[in-house]
Design a protein. Structure first.
Lengths: 310, 279
């Protein structure tokens, strides 16, 4: 700056061409002001506050008591809460695997269709479930999977299969919620994969065809490696979402039967908002965040070997 | 040999189409059932086989849903909450996205880095402090609590920044030489060109917040303040299984705005999904 001040005319000429950061700064700060305020108050500060609260015992009414790592000690000996981590992990893995496999399979099949209008019809069909709220989906799926009157058991009955206790047995409820989540979310991975497959260069595919590669070999040796960055992205997003599974089990089974579908977020809701244990609830939230970060980290670690960047 | 691979390819194609058709039926079946069952009389709503084509549509459920619960009220709340968030985020994210892309100011990359970091944090892990802050602001049990806590968005800022980054800087510099101020350059030149990105952000926000269940469940207590998804779940509880066709009529009404928007703005929905992948 002092060097610039020494050569005043040169500095002015320079400023005209490249407005310096100094002169634009007030405008820049004014422009980011609103976003900074809201992101700080409702996202950034709450992250720190969540961590802080996890070392306190607080029922919202009286003043918070510092308890050190007591909440964490309690968490790691709290059977039902620990079980909810296992339930969440199991359901999340099932959701991610099914969502990615089905999404990829459908995307490959749709991409093989030459007619644009046929592609549009299927794309719309697979996207429509995403438009409904999880609450709406949980309501009508609850009726469809009803043990006695549900349409699903009705059609299975026509095939000679006795009524399946979809929502009234532990395994059934977990499986049903996984299926419903996949049903709704598969359109997300599908759209991503369709877009990504479109970008696979046709000359590469033609070269493979000339070399005599069949459709399956082309898929696994060429298409999948080429779109692997998108697969990684879809896997990360799907897993982060699935680890927060709440709406469907809360609405359809209230976490039951027993605690078969009590996910981490349901345990956190019960401890935090129903029992008013804000400190303990925060500790659960922090451990969930840590679990999500660790799993995402593992995904990126695995991706180092598997993902192919052009 | 050539003949057998030809038949094999043909069989493969037929299986492929069959799988697609089956998958489309599974995707659409539950939605179709919801619509047709909402058009059956309450008495026969739960009787199987389901009626896939509504031969004698009965619209009484749609008036019943307005009589039995304040669905008009829920609709109003949802429109206000979603509308204000969409408008608010369009403003905050366009401003900050532009600044991070086009304006140089000290600490820009550090602040943007903090924005990116908060993007990774799931809502559910910060909901307790957010709830406490809402209480301190005196917004407990108010639909406005949903709006205020969603006015800033790191993702929206990121989305807008990416779009502004692609725009030529020369346009703004030319306007500045002609005497336009910083804000005028932004508003009259760059914001005008950002239409597609703004539409994508608005659509993403609409579909996300219109469908939202978790925050309303935690923030709202009085039925009059409920948004549609929360109100519908309550409706299901109150009525029991006796008249599911009424509940389903409410479900159809709740989904309808999203579907209508999707018909007119499909490419922005798709852009919203692929936008995240370009990170």
């Amino acid at each position: 700056m002092s060097a610039a001040a020494a050569e005043v005319p040169a500095a002015i000429a320079k400023r005209r061409r490249h407005p310096s950061s100094h002169r634009e700064a007030p405008f820049g700060f004014a422009m980011i002001g609103l976003s900074c305020l809201f992101v700080a108050v409702f996202t950034a500060i709450p992250i720190v506050a969540s961590l802080g609260l996890s070392f306190f015992s607080w029922d919202v009414i009286s003043s918070p008591q510092f308890v050190g790592v007591e909440n964490y000690q309690r968490l790691f000996t709290d059977g039902p809460v620990l079980k909810s981590f296992g339930v969440t992990l199991g359901m999340a893995l099932a959701i991610v695997v099914l969502q990615l496999t089905l999404g990829l399979a459908l995307a490959v099949l749709v991409n093989q269709r030459k007619l644009v209008w046929i592609r549009t019809i299927f794309r719309t069909a697979f996207y429509l479930p995403l438009l409904a709220s999880t609450a709406a989906v949980s309501i009508f799926m609850g009726y469809l999977f009803d043990y006695k009157f549900g349409v699903v058991n009705y059609y299975l009955g026509l095939l000679g299969i006795p009524n399946v206790p979809w929502l009234t047995s532990g395994l059934g409820a977990a499986a049903t919620i996984v299926l419903i989540a996949v049903w709704q979310q598969v359109g997300f991975t599908f759209v991503l994969f369709v877009a990504s497959l479109m970008s696979v260069p046709t000359d590469v595919l033609e070269a493979a065809q000339i070399d005599g590669a069949g459709p399956l070999r082309t898929l696994f040796r060429i298409k999948v490696p080429l779109i692997s960055p998108t697969i990684l992205f879809a896997a990360v997003v799907a897993l982060i979402n699935a680890m927060q599974l709440f709406d469907q089990p809360y609405i359809m089974t209230k976490g039951g039967p027993g605690s078969a579908t009590t996910t981490v977020t349901i345990s956190m809701y019960q401890k935090g908002f129903q029992n008013l244990q804000f400190g303990y609830g925060s500790a659960i939230a922090i451990v969930l965040l840590a679990a999500i970060l660790i799993i995402t980290g593992l995904q990126f670690l695995a991706a180092r070997k598997l993902v192919f960047y052009q | 040999m050539i003949n057998s691979t030809g038949t094999l390819a043909r069989i493969g194609r037929i299986i492929g189409i069959a799988v697609l058709v089956l998958a489309a039926m599974v995707a659409l079946g539950p939605l179709l059932w919801t619509i047709t069952t909402s058009l059956r009389t309450p008495a026969e709503a739960f009787s199987n086989p389901p009626q896939w084509i509504p031969l004698h549509p009965d619209f009484s459920n749609y008036s019943a849903v307005f009589d039995k619960i304040p669905i008009g009220r829920f609709f109003f709340n949802s429109v206000i909450v979603t509308g204000l968030i969409v408008i608010g985020q369009t403003i905050t994210c366009t401003l900050s996205g532009y600044a991070f892309a086009m304006v140089s100011f000290p600490g820009r990359s550090v602040i943007f880095g903090i924005f990116l970091a908060t993007m990774m944090v799931p809502l559910q892990t910060i909901i307790i402090p957010v709830f406490v802050i809402i209480r301190y602001l005196g917004l407990s049990d108010s639909p406005l609590s949903l709006v205020v806590s969603a006015l800033g968005s790191a993702f929206g800022t990121f989305l807008m920044r990416q779009y502004f980054m692609q725009m030529p800087k020369e346009l703004g510099e030319a306007a500045r030489i002609d005497g336009a101020g910083h804000f005028h350059t932004f508003l009259l030149i760059y914001a005008k060109m950002a239409g597609p990105a703004i539409a994508t952000l608005a659509i993403l926000n609409f579909s996300g917040f219109w469908a939202e269940f978790y925050r309303p469940l935690i923030f709202l207590q009085t039925q009059d303040n409920f948004t549609l998804p929360l109100g519908l779940v309550g409706l299901q509880g109150n009525l029991g299984t006796g008249s599911i066709s009424v509940v389903l009529a409410g479900v159809v009404l709740a989904i309808l705005p999203s579907v209508v928007l999707f018909i007119f703005a499909q490419r922005y929905f798709i852009a919203g999904i692929t936008a995240g992948a370009s990170r």
